[in-house]
Design a protein around this ligand. Structure first.
Ligand code: SF4
Length: 414
């Protein structure tokens, strides 16, 4: 049977690596993160004292994942990667993202080995973006220097707030002073530094949210990710929600923080992403542009195109089950081929998040399907003034951006 997909070339290829452990589980977090085996903070959901510091002689956060376990996990990652290679022979990597969990709990030597193993197997341009997530609670100058030497060239720091009382309400393990010190050090060492900030925090008002953005701007990061705190299912906050700002205050806060970031020279290029000119995150742009990505590590997702199909993969979420799997047959837990009728929604779910939109030709290039697959849905979106009629581009209108879920859902029907 002839293939229903036709690719002129394979989409750009990125690599996501998941390092799953954290010092403690934050009460709002629904990521695949697991308590570090030797964490000295086993309680979940109990506010941490904002001035919490390591007592003399007490185990540090950075030692929370025993080195033997780090090595075992690294071996599993390499086995996982080896198993992927036949699927992407001849293709070069575009970017690497080491996320978590708290990847900065891993020793710099192990990150160096990990990136060495990737480079030995896959080509990547010298200038390719290699991002690593880090938490201020695990900050030590020497570790950041070690990550830089290992080849990481972009650091993404999970600050969330510079207010001690909000950090405490979010159950974070760091305080404001540690956040400032971590960002200062990152900015001195890395050309590309992202700060994650959350807004609409418990009892937060507009002035407090603006103070967080002002502090981030003053620290000279190149990128800001501004997320609204939401109550995700299966989190401690979903079961016991904290007192959040009301809807009017939430809108005021969101508009104010977006305005402040833009006034400071950051361009909004995605719902939550703001960058100084020339500093957009290449790895995330590849996701939003419906590029391919390998995903290795516990719970990692992958999307890989073949000449006749596009597949999504998911791995075991539990780190122990993942390592056992990789020490044996090394297979993803689940592999699913996307149906042709799913592709319009799959593509638009990502592409419409971008404020500049994406070229129409990307649908043809990255889904292997003709533009006629989108005609019915596009007409409906145009009639509702949710999408612009810019020639050669798919771009949400201001209304479409505001009601993005409604716009994306139009493409569910094909
Ligand atoms: S540090 Fe990040 S990944 Fe870990 S529990 Fe907190 S929010 Fe989740």
């Amino acid at each position: 049977m002839p293939s229903e997909l036709r690719f002129a070339a394979m989409p750009p290829l990125a690599l996501y690596i998941h390092l799953p452990w954290c010092v403690r589980k934050c009460p709002y977090c629904d990521f695949n993160s697991h308590l570090a085996p030797e964490s000295n903070l086993r309680e979940v959901g109990i506010p941490i004292h904002a001035g919490m510091q390591r007592a003399a002689g007490e185990q540090g956060f950075a030692e929370s994942v025993p080195i033997d376990l780090q090595r075992r996990y690294l071996n599993a990652l390499v086995a996982d990667l080896d198993q992927q290679l036949p699927k992407i022979w001849g293709r070069k990597l575009y970017s690497i993202f080491i996320g978590g969990g708290t990847p900065s709990l891993f020793a710099p030597e192990l990150i160096d080995e990990l990136l060495g193993a990737v480079r030995a197997r896959l080509g990547m341009p010298q200038s390719g973006e290699i991002t690593m997530e880090a938490n201020p609670g695990t900050f030590e100058q020497a570790r950041f220097e070690g990550f830089r030497k290992a080849g990481v060239n972009r650091l993404s720091i999970g600050v969330q707030s510079f207010s001690d009382s909000h950090l405490q309400a979010l159950g974070r393990v760091h305080n404001s002073g540690q956040a400032v010190a971590a960002v200062r050090s990152a900015v001195a060492l890395f050309d590309e530094v992202n700060i994650d900030l959350m807004y609409a925090l418990p009892h937060q008002n507009v002035e407090q949210a603006l103070a967080d953005v002002a502090q981030a701007v003053a620290l000279n990061s190149t990128h800001l990710s501004l997320y609204q705190l939401t109550m995700e299912p299966n989190t401690l906050f979903a079961a016991k929600p904290p007192p959040l700002p009301d809807d009017d205050t939430l809108i005021d806060i969101e508009e104010a923080v977006h305005r402040a970031a833009k006034a400071a020279g950051f361009e909004q290029y995605e719902i939550s992403a703001f960058a100084k000119p020339g500093h957009r995150c290449q790895h995330n742009l590849n996701y939003w542009g419906f590029g391919d990505y390998l995903g290795i590590g516990a719970g990692a997702h992958a999307k890989i195109s073949y000449p006749n199909r596009i597949e999504r993969e998911i791995r075991h979420r539990n780190p122990m089950a993942y390592m056992e799997e990789m020490e044996g047959a090394a297979q993803p837990l689940e592999v699913r081929t996307l149906a042709v009728k799913e592709l319009p929604f799959e593509f638009m779910l990502n592409a419409l998040r971008l404020t500049d939109g994406v070229p129409e030709s990307w649908f043809v290039e990255r889904c292997g399907r003709p533009l006629s697959d989108l005609q019915k849905a596009l007409k409906l979106a145009l009639n509702k003034s949710l999408i612009e009629t810019q020639p050669g581009m798919f771009k949400p209108t201001a209304l479409g951006f505001r009601f993005l879920n409604d716009l994306q859902e139009i493409f569910l029907a094909g």
